[in-house]
Design a protein around this ligand. Structure first.
Ligand SMILES: NC(=O)c1ccc[n+]([C@@H]2O[C@H](COP(=O)([O-])OP(=O)(O)OC[C@H]3O[C@@H](n4cnc5c(N)ncnc54)[C@H](OP(=O)(O)O)[C@@H]3O)[C@@H](O)[C@H]2O)c1
Length: 277
């Protein structure tokens, strides 16, 4: 199998490294290109056998799977370059939410999947969101589920819920890391505990909490109830958080969705020349 990657920035390189480290792909399976070629060359130095191509066209020709790992604003240039070379038998995988399956199906003859990774895939953990276009066969879907199961829990979602699912799964690590950072900063400022020690404690806590919520059989509500004994210290803390933070999550979702709508409009304008206000 030949797996092509167009774009080896943050996400493209995380996916390549995770696939290789998990044993899902050998470097020999992979051919990649990047606008700044040095980034792809560095990866190839690290993983001998991986090939670097000088253009998106070169990656596309002969690829069974083709990953598009560029930002929404960069899609148009890539599609223009590969449009005449992509084939119906190939599977093209987009990893970005505001480029819709139907956008790519209109522009390419290939089978289209949208699979949204997460930085957590770097440590072979977290979810990947799998949205499959109608051109994929059941065998194609099984192939992709199987590939991504080496680096994540592949979860099939409806395209209608891509944005909210990405908020939870792909933006979530940044949001949670913000929570940890602020907790640590307050701990250091208030008590003088070292930043290193506080960060270690908060990070181990985050890992353990994740395990309890995934394999430990706890729901978020059950976990709070188990820790916060009535009249105890945690219960006091939770009462404060409920008062101060509850509305933040509604605002957060409104904010990410409004940025998504903006990106979607820009993508449609770039691809199809529709008017952007
Ligand atoms: N970051 C995340 O946690 C995350 C999670 C899920 C999904 N995503 C999605 O992944 C996509 C990529 O994000 P990212 O964080 O990886 O961005 P990034 O670090 O900016 O990577 C994009 C890469 O694409 C390259 N590129 C741009 N135009 C190109 C072209 N025409 N031909 C070849 N390569 C080209 C860029 O090259 P240069 O080196 O020249 O800039 C850059 O290395 C985004 O759409 C994002 O929504 C990201």
């Amino acid at each position: 199998m030949r797996v092509g990657f167009i774009g080896t920035g943050s996400m493209g390189s995380i996916l390549i490294e995770a696939f290789i480290r998990s044993g899902a792909l050998n470097p020999e399976h992979i051919v990649a290109t990047n606008r700044t070629l040095a980034k792809a060359e560095l990866l190839a130095e690290k993983y001998p056998g991986m090939q670097v191509a000088r253009s998106s066209k070169e990656v596309t020709v002969g690829a069974d799977l083709l990953f598009l790992c560029v930002k929404p604003s960069e899609y148009k240039a890539v599609i223009d370059e590969i449009q005449d070379h992509a084939l119906p038998g190939q599977i093209v995988i987009s990893i970005t939410s505001p480029v819709l399956i139907r956008h790519l199906e209109e522009l390419l003859p290939s089978k289209i999947a949208k699979i949204i990774p997460s930085i957590t895939n770097f440590v072979l953990s977290g979810a990947t969101l799998c949205i499959y276009g109608d051109r994929l066969t059941p065998e194609d879907k099984e192939l992709l589920d199987n590939l991504f199961s080496h680096v994540s829990a592949p979860i099939r979602v409806s395209e209608q819920y891509t944005r909210i699912s990405s908020d939870l799964s792909s933006c979530g690590p940044a949001f949670l890391a913000y929570f940890v950072q602020k907790f640590v900063e307050a701990a250091v400022d208030t008590t003088g505990i070292s930043e290193e020690e506080a960060t270690q404690l908060a990070s181990e806590m985050t890992l353990g909490t994740g395990k309890l919520l995934t394999t430990g059989g706890f729901s978020p509500a059950q976990l709070q109830k188990r820790v916060a004994v009535p009249g105890g210290i945690t219960a006091e803390g939770l009462r404060l958080m409920e008062k101060e933070l509850c509305g933040v999550f509604y605002d957060l979702i409104r904010t990410t969705h409004s940025k998504y709508e903006e990106d979607l409009e820009k993508v449609e304008a770039r691809f199809f020349g529709t008017k952007v206000d």
